[in-house]
Design a protein around this ligand. Structure first.
Ligand code: GDG
Length: 474
């Protein structure tokens, strides 16, 4: 395999493996933001992508896919359980989302996390050409930057953190807090979603490691007594805006939106929630507020329907099983109490849908509810805005989602404050169309000007700049 000048390292490869009836193996692009974000960059460079192919115990040689070298990293069933479901999704995920669920600290999970991160680092080191650029993605691989730098000091290494970085008072719970910070500081550029996340990271570095920080620069001492400067700052991620605009303009998708409204009985207002079924998304808070509004009579059952898409996620992790039960109980209670034979309060869908259907739903929805308790960015908010080519619709947006930093004319809410959330929903439902237009136009400008290509370029430009200023300083 030839070595690559640009290497992406992510927990997952950008493809899914399907085995046909005749036993033939097919690889298909897995729909995901990161794939779309990096596709142009991968095409321009002789890129390679290191990641897990998504099936336990699958051993597979590197292969070419659409001009990108895909390098599968094998994870055993035990690795998946301990490194992925355990440490990544039951320790780091809840801790970094402000302990909405209790993080579990288990030493065997940590050991597996170290072991698997070493495996990814070795695979990346083998794939990269002399002086190559390597871009590591997300919280499953926080130790890779340092491990990779040790193996290959010639590389320029970037890391992007897709989820929040918590305040020090919470972060300091992590028994391996020093190792994780040191792992991340192996990168030349460490990217976060929000300015606040970068600030929390710098504070943790000062408190734990006593390293000097200045604006976005962190001085990292080297073993030989010199030091280098790592950059830690915000690069808010975005979506492939143009493709959403294009889908939203398609007559068949617009017709589908009308059909969705019709099939719900043409209520005056359709409210929509779209989330992976995850405790960070504030689905229960949304249901509670909507249920109370129906109970209070401030919203009539004939006037509004809430469509909640909750796509299946992490179904083997205990906290997610419990969450599903809680949400489904809440939905059934509200529907049982409020439905009439002709109208339903909440149309709940525990399913995933094609992107076209999501856009039709966005177009059908008068009000989009994003009530995350903590969220790195929340792409759904940006997708809704991008899809509203008619400049209509209202976005209710939690201040705890990264998107709130950019989408200033959304109706901003604290989802923990149920009365305020109810008030915001009523305001959204009643918002005059001129005000909808004014708010939506301002948000659309933001999302159209800052798409995912702009995001990857700004990150890679910063990484390139760090290469030119590289070199140890005394
Ligand atoms: C993490 C961070 C950050 C959902 N259901 C369906 C479906 N989706 C798509 C959405 C959206 C994506 O999944 C979810 O992205 P989010 O940003 O909302 O949330 P996470 O999955 O938690 O992502 C987050 C993100 O990384 C990127 O950095 O913004 O904060 O937590 O694109 O549309 N897509 C389809 N069918 C579904 O049923 N096709």
């Amino acid at each position: 395999m030839t070595k690559a000048g640009f290497v992406v390292v992510a927990n997952r490869l950008p493809v899914d493996r399907i085995v046909g009836a005749d036993g033939e193996e097919i690889w298909r692009t897995s729909p995901g933001g990161l794939v779309t974000a990096l596709e142009p960059v991968m095409r321009e460079t002789d890129g390679a992508w290191v990641g897990w192919p998504g099936q336990a115990d699958l051993v597979h040689e590197p292969f070419d896919f659409d001009g990108t070298a895909l390098i599968p990293v094998t994870l055993s069933a035990e690795d998946v359980e301990l490194y992925y479901e355990g440490f990544s999704n039951d320790t780091i995920w809840p801790l970094y989302h402000d302990v909405i669920a209790a993080p579990r600290y288990r030493r065997v999970w940590w050991d597996a996390y170290v072991r698997v991160n070493e495996r990814f680092a070795r695979a990346a080191a083998d794939a990269a050409s002399e002086g190559a650029t390597v871009w590591v993605q997300d919280y499953q691989l926080q130790l890779v930057p340092k491990l990779l730098r040790e193996l290959r000091p010639d590389l320029t290494i970037g890391y992007f953190h897709h989820i929040p970085f918590p305040a020090y008072g919470l972060y300091s719970q992590l028994p391996w807090r020093r190792q994780v910070l040191e792992g991340l500081l192996g990168a030349d550029v460490i990217g976060f979603q929000r300015v606040a996340d970068a600030g929390n990271f710098a504070r943790a570095v000062r408190r734990q490691l006593r390293f000097e920080t200045k604006a976005t620069g962190i001085r990292v001492p080297q073993e030989d007594g010199s030091s280098r400067v790592a950059l830690a700052r915000a690069f808010p991620i975005s979506i492939d805006t143009a493709s959403y605009v294009e889908m939203a303009r398609r007559p068949d998708i617009q017709a589908r939106a009308a059909e969705i409204r019709e099939s719900l009985g043409n209520p005056k207002r359709i409210l929509l929630g779209v989330d992976r079924l995850d405790y960070t998304k504030g689905i229960q808070h949304r249901l509670k507020a909507f249920g109370e509004l129906l109970e209070d009579g401030r919203i009539g059952i004939e006037d509004a329907t809430l469509v909640q898409v909750a796509s299946p996620s992490r179904e083997r992790v205990q906290a997610y099983m419990e969450l599903r039960d809680e949400i489904e109980l809440a939905v059934a209670r509200i529907n049982g109490d409020r439905d009439t034979l002709g109208h339903t309060a909440i149309r709940y869908l525990h399913q995933g849908f094609p992107r076209e259907e999501m856009v039709a739903l966005y177009l059908a929805a008068d009000v989009m509810l994003v009530t995350a308790l903590r969220d790195g960015m929340n792409l759904v908010a940006k997708e809704y805005v991008a899809s509203r080519v008619d400049n209509r619709g209202t976005l209710v947006l939690s201040e705890f989602a990264g998107a709130a930093d950019e989408l200033g004319t959304a109706l901003r809410v604290n989802p923990h404050d149920i009365d305020a959330l109810k008030q915001a929903i009523v305001r959204a439902v009643e918002m005059p169309s001129a005000e909808q237009g004014r708010r939506m136009r301002a948000m659309r400008r933001k999302v159209l000007d800052n798409d995912v290509a702009a995001w990857s370029h700004s990150f890679l430009d910063a990484l390139e700049a760090s290469r030119t200023t590289k070199g140890s300083t005394p």
